[in-house]
Design a protein around this ligand. Structure first.
Ligand SMILES: [Ca+2]
Length: 726
């Protein structure tokens, strides 16, 4: 697989043999004129600008400022219509700009100890090395546009400050790559490191790390799957043996992933990149202070204020959590009532009521909480993207956790142990029911459904995963198709045409693709991590309930790997590459789940083991409280000892990859130290060369601004005309 930057002109024309996947993917390639690195959407209709300010002159000025900034930074551009009031700016960086940015980034990496080899000055400024990856190019260009001036960027931040009209900056998919990717993965059983390298070279380390994690998790699930199958056939239910093995597996998995993560970071040359700080454009400092490290004047925000603000998140999360628990508890009672007590009219329809309630109330609450959490995290005023992401992830995890596991907790620790307490009070319930519903209502004799936990668990680990796959991967595609058809139908009926702009024939199909991709949502890798962490939680918290759960997760994840690839290709914008060396906060969440698993597993085993094996058992919960308590305490302590020992073993086995990394680091420092003087001279020459290259083209580009403004004007006229029509 080539890792060269996308050079669509050399790729096969659409008319050549098309693979199957290309039926799903719009294959239109850009004409050489519109080849670009990134697309900026300039939207004059921007809602964040007050109406009275949105005069044609004001908009045009903002547009000119943007284009001049681009030109002065050495970018070339082409402008085409998007929709009334909005244009696309196709931005392309010259190879000189990219190679210089790359050299600067290499020096920075080297200074921060991320690179093991000394920075290599490009041989020629006009042409990039053939090994230069698409992801690297995209990342550098994106950073050049969006980084703050301090981080050597233009500071273009969509929707903020001077850039209110910039709606988004996005990268276009490479259809040739996407088709090949889907084709390859749908025929391959096992994805090796080369596959991960290909993803890394196209989408960057952050996305590649997710696929690496999912692949690793999938492969490691084989062990509990086999043990689970054996336990299902040969061990009694709630077997302590299976419980212990599955808890230990969780710890080993996390420790070995930490190792794997480091190896991948070394392989991809990003080890230590978390130390590279990119400042958030939205950060607002309170006062200017001298940085104790660099000595520069920097904007400063007192950390204690941030910590105080972060503390206020606790009562908020608690409140949201309590509301969620309340919803779940009420729905739970309704469900028990309808399925196990109520026997009146409309029963066959009413049983769906609890599911319907949960399906509407929980997402509403989550969406509402998401808005509050985002607001609070913004308010915390984080300096870097990384701390911002971590803070946001942890806030959302509280609610995800409760949504996912609350139902199972209620069954395990409320319904099953205490259900028998309501049985004697049944007469009152029946009487009340008859008073409200009438004589036709008749209550069944209430008995505790002792299979309830298992039924619920099977639903979550088997049925729900299937539904999720449909909702995540197929539904957005089907929705979009349906929407498109409906639009076509509407156009037929009303007689208006979708064609707003008269595109040049050679550009038409490509521009249609760009317009579609511009409407795609961003790919959020956190959503995919969350899905997997929640699944891991089902296994580590409740695996003892049903030993076949790992098998279903194993199968699901084989499909998930491919499904997520398809999702990126079909349903989302192309992710902008960025560096990552760890799965970060998710690792903490996984560890938390294994700890909690040691508590739930031991308590479930001691509570339900006897009643599950003996057929007639009047009490479902067989363990006495002190037995239960000591089992839980013992298990928790055993968990910490086991984790410590496993960590010790992994530390003792020094990885060869990491050793090699240290060796290379040492050698290269030595070499570069000797060369450092001459290197300094080369940097200066290079900087000069960059200036010369961009200077010659700048005049040419200034001329094209006029043409671009004309395109914008037609768009504005169109949008005015549209408004008048309305
Ligand atoms: Ca997924």
């Amino acid at each position: 697989m080539d890792s060269k930057p996308a050079s669509p002109s050399s790729s096969p024309k659409p008319s050549s043999v098309k693979p199957n996947a290309s039926r799903l993917i719009n294959y239109a390639l850009p004409p050489s004129d519109l080849e670009s690195d990134l697309v900026i959407v300039f939207d004059a209709e921007s809602r964040s600008v007050p109406k009275e300010k949105k005069t044609a002159v004001f908009i045009e000025d903002a547009f000119r400022v943007l284009l001049s900034e681009l030109v002065n930074a050495g970018f070339s551009f082409k402008v085409r219509g998007h929709k009334p009031g909005s244009v696309f700016i196709f931005v392309k960086a010259s190879d000189a700009v990219v190679s210089f940015a790359s050299y600067r980034s290499q020096i920075k990496d080297w200074l921060f100890g991320i690179r093991t080899s000394a920075p290599v000055a490009p041989v020629s400024q006009d042409k990039l090395d053939d090994n230069f990856s698409t992801a690297e190019r995209l990342r550098l260009v994106y950073e050049r546009l969006t980084n703050s001036e301090k981080d050597h960027g233009l500071g273009i931040t969509p929707g903020q400050g001077d850039w209110v009209f910039v709606k988004s900056i996005f990268a276009l998919h490479d259809p040739k790559f996407n088709v090949a990717w889907i084709e390859r993965w749908s025929t391959k059983w096992i994805l090796d490191d080369d596959e991960l390298d290909i993803i890394r070279n196209t989408f960057g380390e952050k996305i590649a790390l997710y696929f690496a994690f999912l692949q690793y998790y999938f492969a490691r699930l084989l062990f509990p799957t086999v043990v689970g199958l054996l336990a299902f056939f040969f061990l009694p239910p709630y077997s302590p043996t299976f419980a212990i093995i599955s808890c230990l597996w969780g710890c080993v998995f996390i420790e070995s992933w930490k190792r794997r993560e480091i190896e991948l970071a070394v392989r991809w040359g990003v080890k230590g990149c978390s130390n590279l700080v990119t400042h958030r454009a939205a950060f607002i400092g309170e006062s200017e202070r001298e940085d104790p490290v660099t000595g520069d004047l920097v904007w400063y925000y007192p950390p204690w204020k941030r910590v105080l603000k972060e503390f206020t998140a606790i009562p908020t999360a608690l409140a949201a959590g309590l509301i969620l628990i309340g919803i779940q508890a009420v729905v739970f009672v309704i469900e028990i009532f309808l399925s196990e007590i109520y026997d009146g009219p409309l029963k066959q329809y009413l049983v769906f009521l609890p599911t319907a309630l949960l399906a509407t109330l929980v997402p509403t609450l989550t969406a509402f909480y998401n808005i509050i959490a985002t607001g609070m995290t913004d308010w915390e005023n984080h300096v870097t993207e990384r701390t911002y992401d971590t803070s946001m992830t942890q806030k959302m995890f509280v609610l995800n956790f409760l949504t996912a596991y609350m139902g199972l907790f209620l069954t395990s620790y409320v319904y099953l142990p205490f259900g028998h307490l309501i049985a004697p009070n049944m007469d009152i319930i029946t009487a009340t029911m008859e008073r409200f519903i009438g004589e036709t209502a008749s209550a069944k004799k209430f008995t505790i459904n002792k299979f309830r936990l298992k039924q619920q668990y099977i639903y979550f680990t088997a049925t729900a995963q299937l539904i999720n796959f449909f909702v995540e991967t197929l539904l957005p595609y089907i929705q979009r198709r349906a929407f498109k058809e409906a639009k076509k139908l509407q156009e037929k009926v009303t007689g208006t045409s979708e064609e707003i702009f008269k595109d040049k024939t050679e550009e038409a199909s490509f521009l249609t693709r760009v317009r579609t991709e511009a409407d795609f949502p961003d790919y959020v890798v956190g959503d995919d991590y969350r899905e997997m962490v929640v699944q891991f939680g089902y296994l580590s918290l409740f695996a003892t309930v049903w030993p076949l759960a790992p098998l279903f997760s194993f199968i699901n994840n084989w499909v998930e790997l491919r499904g997520d690839a398809v999702k990126i290709c079909l349903d989302t914008k192309r992710p902008i590459p960025s560096k990552a060396e760890t799965i970060g906060p998710w690792l903490d969440n996984l560890t938390f789940l294994t700890w909690l698993g040691s508590l739930t597993t031991s308590s479930l085993v001691s509570m339900f083991r006897a009643s599950a094996t003996e057929r007639d058992c009047s009490y479902l919960v067989s363990a006495r409280p002190w037995v239960l308590l000591s089992a839980v305490l013992l298990s928790e302590h055993a968990y910490f000892v086991a984790r410590y020992l496993i960590g010790l073993v992994y530390d003792a086995l020094d990885s060869t990859v990491v050793q090699k990394h240290r060796r290379l680091q040492y050698l290269n420092r030595q070499q570069t130290l000797n060369r450092s003087l001459t290197e300094g001279e080369r940097i200066e020459t290079l900087e000069h060369a960059e200036m010369v290259v961009t200077e010659t083209k700048r005049d040419e580009w200034h001329a094209s601004i006029a043409e671009a403004v004309a395109t914008l004007q037609t768009c504005l006229v169109k949008s005015e005309a549209d408004k008048k029509k309305d």
